[in-house]
Design a protein around this ligand. Structure first.
Ligand code: UDP
Length: 239
């Protein structure tokens, strides 16, 4: 029998880079489909899933164009990139038969609903996957901070940070074979040691609101479900 699920409502943060697979930029359709299948697995198991998508895959591909630009303008371009990724993930999820809504922090009504907290919660209660696009809607922030903020707002129990690596390591596990994975860390350890999990604003918001984060590999089949079954996966950051 399958292990019972430990969580009812979670927020999954996917970086834009996670969507580009081995490419240099853009969206790799096969990768997005694989991620959608992982999300479907947990949604089918009865977990309410909200998703925050990054934009690095599109935006950093245009880094040259953004050079010398006004920072706020470049950041708005970055936020628009997350809307494109949100639509790509929505499309992949709906092809699998999962109902979804994209809610954008920037008004772009022909494309996505505006972000309305209570409406997002209602969608989740009805079993729809809610994809939050356009970050926080403010320049000078990141989608990691958007993930922390939305998780707190919708009363999620956990932030799931899906990355290419299966947790937080003492060193880069690719270049150093002796690097060890932390099973658990406190928010203060992450901040003090400057560990690359999420930016400091995102970590602080989680710390102040007692919102645990699990960093796990989105490339490992079934890992997302195993985290939600409370199995030993990735690294947990908590108070
Ligand atoms: N961004 C922003 N405000 C936000 C979220 C994102 O200005 O609330 C911009 C910022 O320029 C950022 C870009 O959007 O670099 C893409 O987001 P991010 O770098 O967080 O994406 P990821 O690294 O997760 O792909």
């Amino acid at each position: 029998m399958e292990a019972p699920l430990r969580y009812q409502r979670v927020l999954l943060k996917l970086s834009g880079e996670a969507l580009m697979g081995d490419g240099q930029y853009g969206v790799d359709r096969a990768v997005v489909q694989r991620m959608a299948a992982e999300i479907k697995e947990v949604a089918d198991a009865g977990v309410q899933v909200a998703v925050v998508i990054g934009g690095g895959n599109i935006f950093r591909g245009m880094a040259k164009a953004a050079e010398g630009m006004d920072r706020a303008t470049a950041d708005y371009m970055g936020m628009l990139a997350t809307v494109m990724n949100g639509l790509a993930v929505q499309d992949a999820l709906e092809h699998l038969g999962l109902p979804t809504r994209v809610q954008s922090a920037l008004h772009i009504e022909q494309v996505a609903e505006p972000y309305i907290r209570r409406r997002a919660i209602r969608h989740l209660e009805k079993g729809r996957v809610v994809i939050f696009a356009a970050g926080t809607g403010n320049p000078f922030f990141t989608t990691d901070t958007a993930a922390s903020l939305r998780a707190v707002e919708i009363n999620a129990e956990l932030v799931l940070k899906g990355t290419k690596v299966d947790g937080i390591y003492t060193d880069d596990p690719v270049s150093n074979p002796d690097a060890m994975r932390y099973r658990e860390l406190s928010f203060d350890q992450v901040l003090e040691q400057g560990l690359q999990v999420m930016d400091a604003t995102a970590i602080t918001l989680c710390r102040d609101n007692d919102m645990p984060i699990v960093v796990f590999s989105m490339n490992k089949a079934g890992a997302l479900l195993r985290v939600l079954q409370g199995e030993e996966e990735g690294t947990t950051v908590r108070s």
